[in-house]
Design a protein around this ligand. Sequence first.
Ligand code: NAD
Length: 247
Amino acid sequence: MSGLLIITGASAGIGSATARMAAFSGWSRIVVHYGQDKDGAEQTASVVESMGAQAYVFQADVSKPKAVGRMFDKLAELKPGRIGLVNNAGMVMSNASIMDLTPERVEKLFQVNVMGAIEVARRTVGLMRSWGKGGAIVNVSSAAARLGSANMYIDYAASKGAIDTFTLGLADELAPEGIRVNAIRPGLIETGIHAKGGDPDRLERIGRTPPLGRPGTADEIAESILWLLSERASYVTRSILDVTGGR
Ligand code: NAD
């Protein structure tokens, strides 16, 4: 597929799976963005390149607008053409309930999951407009936005609720330009995010609770993201797709 696919948080998990599958499905130029895990990003990039696509590795902490701005300045030099964005970088924190949600914790989480995602989208739209070739955006939300995640991480759930609402409004704003904006809500997916958030046994404990009786894989999420980005979803915008095994 011609154009440039930008995937934030592509050093691991869903982002990495999406980059690898995108190269396999014909995207020829893929931005493998990472926050801290340079090795992970380079591994993703080498798989992308082994499939004949061009990978560009970029680092930026998405919670730092200046760092995001520097990255997008460099992306403009790539003469992107049509642009796809997978707005995926995100984090969870330790299991908690309301009295544990200190302002410091919630601020950090929202800086990454909400403000980071909005700034990445804003910069992407700027790039799309300056190249005039349009494109498509997929924001990565979570089933938590619907479930609320009581006694687990209601702050995370609220941050993803914000992503859902942001998706609806952004889709309306960009539809007249032919730019489609959708979101995906993964359920319980086998990635390192649970361990990084301090609960390595989460999937062992509740991974079989979805109606389909198992957790999902990063590849199963990547499939849906790439479909939403593709022309096969040309009449799909402002949609939020649950990929949760029925949860
Ligand atoms: P992961 O931890 O494997 O990957 C997260 C990616 O985001 C990593 O590449 C990480 O480097 C990047 N990232 C995190 N903070 C960053 C920052 N400040 N700046 C730049 N990059 C940063 O997790 P994953 O499960 O692949 O998660 C990807 C997305 O999917 C997240 O938005 C997450 O909330 C969402 N999600 C995951 C699940 C799940 O069960 N795994 C469920 C629902 C939603």
